[in-house]
Design a protein around this ligand. Structure first.
Ligand code: URA
Length: 402
C-alpha cells in the first residue's frame, strides 16, 4: 500500500479520504519507516494537498488518539490558538475572560520553542502551577471554574507528535496543509465547538508576510469548516512585541494587570477583539469578574496566585538607554525575541528548561517619544546572555526625528 500512497503523492494524484486515514493509522502504529513517512511529508510539502485531502488528514490525526468528551457540562466550548509571537500572553487573559462571560474554555497549550513564547512555560513561573492534570480533574475544573490551561497529554492526537517530529527533521514544517492539519487535529481532539485563531505575521512571527498569513488563515477556516469546527481566523501584526513584557514571569504579571482592568492598550485591544464580545469583554476586565476566574483557575491547577514568582532570586535589572532624542520608529519583535532567548527565557530544543524570571520590559513602544539617556527597555538577567541581549535590543530599536 505504502508504495501506491507514495506514488500518488509524488505524482500529485488526489488521494481518497480512506487512504489518507489508512496512511495516518499505519504511521501511528509504526508500520511504516521514517523514510517512507518523511517522503510522504516531503511530497505534500512540494505538491500540496486539496482541501478535501487536508480535511481527511485532520480527521485522521484527531482520531489517532483520544477525543475529549465534555458531555454533561453546559455552555458553549471555545478555544483560541495563536500561531505564536513575541510577548503574546493573550491566552492567559482570554481564557478566564471567556469563563467570566459563561464560555467554557478547555485550553490545551504549548511550550516555548525558539523565539516564540509558550503559555505553559509562562504559567509554570507561578509556584505550584500544574499543567499535567488527569481527565477527571480537568472535567471538575471546567465545570466549576469554566476554564483550564494544560499541556497536551500523550494520548491526544499522537499522530501529530510523530509527524511533527519527522517534519522537524525533514524541513517540512512550513507546509500550509501540514500546519493546518496539525493545529486543527489537536483542537478537534479537545472537544471544542468554536476556535478563534490569531494568525500572526511580521518579523516576530512564523509567517513573515501578510500574504503567507492570509493563505494559512483561509486554509484553517476552510478545513476547520470541513471538519465540523467553527473557525474564525484573524490576521494580526507581529512587527513589535505585544504589550511591554517579554519573558515568562514578566508576561504573567502583565497579563494579570490586564485581568485587573489595566495593562497595555495593544494587549487589551487584541484580547477584546479575539473575544468577540466587545464592550461586555471590556466590562468583565474592569469589574473584577475575569480576575476572579483567573485566581480560581490558578488555585484549581495547584498554583498560589499571590505567591512571588519563580526565578526572581539573583536577577539583575539593567536599563538600555536611548543614545539620542526622538520618536521610536521600530522595536523589532524578532530581535526582542532573540534577546529574551539569549537571556534563557526560551529553548532551542523540546525538553530543555527555561528560566522563569528573565526577560525584558519595553519602556518605550513604537510612536513614543524618548530623550537621550532615558530608558528604552529594562533587561532582567541572571548573567547569561546579558551582552547579547543588550546588543540585540540596541539593534531592535530605531529612534528617528519624526
Ligand atoms: N503549530 C502547530 O501546532 N503545528 C504546526 O505544524 C505549526 C504550528
Amino acid at each position: 500500500m505504502i508504495h501506491r500512497w507514495l506514488e500518488q503523492r509524488r505524482d500529485g494524484v488526489e488521494q481518497p479520504p480512506e487512504e489518507i486515514a489508512a496512511f495516518v493509522a499505519a504511521a501511528t502504529a509504526r508500520e511504516l519507516t521514517d523514510a517512507q513517512i518523511g517522503a510522504w511529508l516531503a511530497f505534500v510539502t512540494v505538491r500540496g494537498m486539496t482541501a478535501r485531502e487536508t480535511v481527511a488528514l485532520t480527521l485522521a490525526m484527531r482520531d489517532s488518539g483520544r477525543v475529549l468528551d465534555w458531555e454533561g457540562i453546559e455552555g458553549p466550548r471555545w478555544d483560541k490558538h495563536s500561531t505564536g509571537g513575541v510577548g503574546d500572553k493573550v491566552s492567559l487573559v482570554l481564557a478566564p475572560l471567556w469563563a467570566a462571560l459563561g464560555i467554557r474554555v478547555p485550553m490545551i497549550s504549548g511550550r516555548s520553542l525558539g523565539i516564540t513564547g509558550g503559555t505553559l512555560d509562562k504559567l509554570e513561573s507561578i509556584p505550584g502551577f500544574r499543567t499535567d492534570l488527569e481527565a477527571p480533574r480537568l472535567r471538575a475544573i471546567l465545570s466549576e471554574v469554566g476554564c483550564f490551561i494544560v499541556g497536551q497529554s500523550a494520548d491526544l492526537a499522537p499522530a501529530d507528535r510523530l509527524l511533527y517530529a519527522l517534519r522537524d527533521e525533514t524541513q517540512t514544517v512550513p507546509s500550509v496543509p501540514l500546519i493546518t492539519a496539525s493545529i486543527l487535529s489537536k483542537k478537534l481532539a479537545e472537544g471544542v465547538e468554536k476556535l478563534v485563531l490569531d494568525v500572526k505575521y511580521g518579523s516576530g512571527a512564523f509567517m513573515k508576510d501578510l500574504a503567507g498569513a492570509r493563505v494559512l488563515a483561509s486554509s484553517l477556516e476552510a478545513v476547520g469548516g470541513g471538519a465540523g469546527l467553527d473557525v474564525t481566523a484573524m490576521l494580526t501584526p507581529m512587527d513589535e512585541p505585544l504589550g511591554r513584557a517579554v519573558g515568562n514571569a514578566l508576561e504573567v504579571a502583565e497579563a494579570e494587570a490586564a485581568l485587573r482592568g489595566g495593562g497595555p492598550d495593544d494587549l487589551v485591544d487584541l484580547v477584546v477583539r479575539l473575544s468577540g464580545h466587545g464592550d461586555r469583554a471590556r466590562a468583565a476586565l474592569r469589574d473584577g469578574s475575569a480576575w476572579e476566574r483567573w485566581c480560581a483557575m490558578v488555585l484549581a491547577q495547584g498554583g498560589d496566585p499571590a505567591a512571588p514568582r519563580l526565578g526572581q532570586d539573583a536577577l539583575q535589572c539593567e536599563e538600555l538607554l536611548a543614545d539620542r532624542d526622538g520618536v521610536v520608529a521600530r522595536c523589532d519583535a524578532g530581535e526582542t525575541g532573540r534577546a529574551a532567548f539569549a537571556l534563557g527565557a526560551g529553548r532551542a530544543r523540546a525538553g530543555e528548561s527555561v528560566h522563569p524570571g528573565v526577560g525584558l520590559v519595553l519602556r518605550r513602544k513604537v510612536g513614543e517619544a524618548v530623550r537621550r539617556g532615558e530608558p528604552l527597555a529594562a533587561v532582567y538577567h541572571a548573567g547569561r546572555g546579558r551582552d547579547e541581549a543588550f546588543a540585540r535590543m540596541r539593534s531592535a530599536f530605531v529612534v528617528t526625528d519624526a
